[in-house]
Design a protein. Sequence first.
Length: 106
Amino acid sequence: MRAAAKRHDTAGYVRADRDFHAEIVAASGNAILVSLYQSLRERQLRMGVVNLLDDSGSVIDPARYRDTLAEHDQILQAIAGRSLRAAEAAVTRHLDHAEHRLARRA
């Protein structure tokens, strides 16, 4: 994701974002959850692009790359630290931010 952000490669960034989430889902070991997540692939790619748009909804906001990377870093740190509470809080913040941005587009 970092390399794609530096290149302003939105498609690459969104694919890497999807892969980040897919790896976490896969780590659950739950085949049903993995299958469900994979079935949402195209929808997540579209949402990933919309989530990067500025407030006008017309151009990509580079700050959104940085914000998402920071949120992912928090999630990874919590997982690495084996802190369920911190991981839950980091994921909740990440999803709340995405929901807020997407709701403004609806």
